[in-house]
Design a protein around this ligand. Structure first.
Ligand SMILES: Cc1cc2nc3c(=O)[nH]c(=O)nc-3n(C[C@H](O)[C@H](O)[C@H](O)COP(=O)(O)OP(=O)(O)OC[C@H]3O[C@@H](n4cnc5c(N)ncnc54)[C@H](O)[C@@H]3O)c2cc1C
Length: 506
């Protein structure tokens, strides 16, 4: 059966929901989510969304902070668009019904987080910002004019004569359907579930990246996977995120002997960029031969902590830790992908008719390392831009990235025999601390994966994405941003360039 829409939007996080709500004003919309509608990274976001809303702040300062954390690889035009259009994107969320927390003066309360020089992070429900955004936008989506399909997985993009014409979609029973569309948007989120320990939901298996690569699109910055420094790590691989907003409110990192160590790595200590803090924690764990370090905010009043961090407080308590009473055990976990499907500033990929936005895309706003609370903003700003570009027309030639594109030595065929094997290979070789030996071992394992997959289409997409990430990480022989090479510990100015990739078929 073939169905036809003006817009096919794949993903129901902030990028997909926001895009669908704008697109429905211009045509018919089909919105897919692989799991339940709210099984998204968006739903889990805690700290908030950054925008220069305060009178004392301005988008230029927000841009400077973003560029500083990006470790030399931010696209300044993308950062400028992100920060200039940030306040407007936040106001749109408010109009769609998101109720951000307010201060005594009635204005949105603004928190300060790691790498931001100003308090500019809006939050909702204390530390349940993502849940509030997801709920409000879902309510609008369900109010009509959007054909929502939950538990429908895009398994292949349809490309005809060089243009994307829609996707093959497996329904909840695994039955394939063809959905054609004038414009297709990949808003499929992140890659965390390619790793054994992640803060992401199980649906975050890099499908969009795998699908786009297999369809011939260009991907970029793939080696830059951010590991969140502070997650309560459970035995099942689900790591419960302990937001850096806690560190913003004075939480201290302590090693096994109760000694603070973050200041030895960076003058901003616990508030240094994520990669620096994650690296410092990983090194402290190695030094102490420990599974975790400690995070202590118990010096702040218990009532304040329960009110400001209700989600983290409850989540920790569920897992047997009371953060008001003493230090809690934390370790880094896979969290956010700076890289992804290459797009121009308007969400256009290198395939006509195919757009990407949110975490699945890489526009260049985060460079080698994302600043806290900029990713929700990116999803909001660039999904709006992508829909506007799609409305303006999909007939022209697709854009090309400014940097040279290298052929990716990934057949796009071989798939991991199981999720456990895929996650083990990625965590062992392409995890937080990488080396030539570890990466070539991982790539060797991946090359031995069978040419056909077990029938799990997400596993096929994820396998392509995993190989691409590991390959890119093996090529960048330096340490930059979130990419830590223990065999190349320094940042090399000659590597101040981006790596773009494309699968080339014979
Ligand atoms: C625990 C946690 C806390 C965070 N806290 C913050 C924060 O405070 N501030 C901030 O800015 N960022 C935060 N982030 C990051 C931020 O939440 C994400 O980057 C952002 O929400 C991504 O939105 P998205 O719409 O691109 O993707 P998502 O919200 O992840 O949505 C992806 C969607 O794609 C669907 N999908 C995937 N593959 C397919 C397929 N093949 N077919 C159909 N559908 C598919 C999924 O089902 C899902 O609906 C956090 C992330 C996590 C995990």
């Amino acid at each position: 059966m073939t169905e036809r829409f003006d817009f096919l939007i794949i993903g129901s996080g902030l990028a997909g929901l926001n895009a669908a709500l704008l697109a429905r004003e211009y045509g018919s919309v089909c919105l897919l989510s692989k799991g339940a509608i709210s099984e998204t990274n968006t739903n889990r976001a805690q700290g908030g969304i950054a925008a220069a809303m305060a009178a004392s702040d301005d988008p230029q300062r927000h841009a400077e902070d973003t560029i500083r954390a990006g470790d030399g690889l931010c696209d300044e035009r993308a950062v400028q668009a992100l920060t200039d259009e940030g306040p407007q994107a936040v106001r749109r969320l408010m109009q769609l019904g998101v109720e951000f927390d307010r201060g005594a003066d009635g204005a949105p309360a603004l928190a300060r987080e790691g790498a931001h020089s100003e308090p500019r992070v809006l939050h909702a429900g204390g530390d349940r910002t993502g849940l509030h955004i997801q709920r409000a936008l879902e309510r609008c989506v369900r109010s009509g004019q959007i054909d929502l399909r939950e538990r429908h997985t895009a398994v292949e993009l349809i490309v005809e004569a060089g243009r994307c014409a829609g996707a093959v979609v497996a329904d909840a029973d695994g039955e394939p359907h063809t959905i054609t569309a004038t414009a297709t948007l990949l808003a499929t989120g992140g890659v965390g579930a390619l790793y054994a320990q992640t803060t992401n939901p199980p649906t975050a298996t890099a499908d969009g990246l795998g699908l786009a690569l297999r369809a011939g699109a260009v991907a970029r910055d793939l080696e830059f996977v951010q590991f969140h420094p502070t997650a309560l790590v459970g035995g099942d691989g689900s790591a419960f995120l302990v937001s850096e907003a806690l560190r913003g409110e004075g939480a201290l990192l302590l090693d096994r002997s109760g000694r603070r160590f973050a200041a030895e790595a960076h003058p901003d200590a616990e508030l240094a960029p994520r990669s620096v803090v994650a690296r410092a924690i990983s090194e402290a764990m190695q030094r102490d031969d420990a599974e975790h370090v400690w995070l202590d905010i118990s010096h702040r009043p218990a009532e304040f902590l329960r009110e400001r961090f209700p989600g983290v407080y409850a989540g920790c308590l569920e897992r047997g830790h009371d953060l008001t009473a003493g230090p809690i055990p934390v370790a880094p976990a896979a969290h956010y992908h700076m890289g992804g499907i290459w797009t121009d500033l308007d969400g256009r990929t290198s395939i006509a008719g195919l757009f990407a936005a949110g975490e699945a895309a890489t526009i260049g706003a985060h460079g080698a390392n994302r600043v806290a609370s900029n990713s929700l903003l990116e999803a909001a700003v660039f999904s709006t831009r992508a829909v506007r570009a799609a409305i303006a027309g999909v007939d022209g030639e697709p854009p090309t990235p400014p940097e040279p594109v290298s052929p990716l030595p990934v057949a796009g065929g071989n798939a991991a025999p199981s999720w456990a094997e895929l996650r083990s290979a990625m965590s062992a070789g392409a995890g937080i601390a990488r080396s030539a030996d570890g990466l070539s071992e991982a790539l060797e394992r991946m090359r031995a994966w069978p040419a056909s997959h077990s029938g799990d289409a997400s596993l096929a997409s994820a396998s392509t994405a995993a190989q691409a990430i590991a390959h890119a990480a093996s090529i960048r022989t330096e340490t930059r941003g979130a990419h830590l090479r223990v065999d190349h510990p320094g940042t090399d100015p000659a590597w101040r360039r981006r790596l773009a990739w494309q699968i080339v078929r014979e």
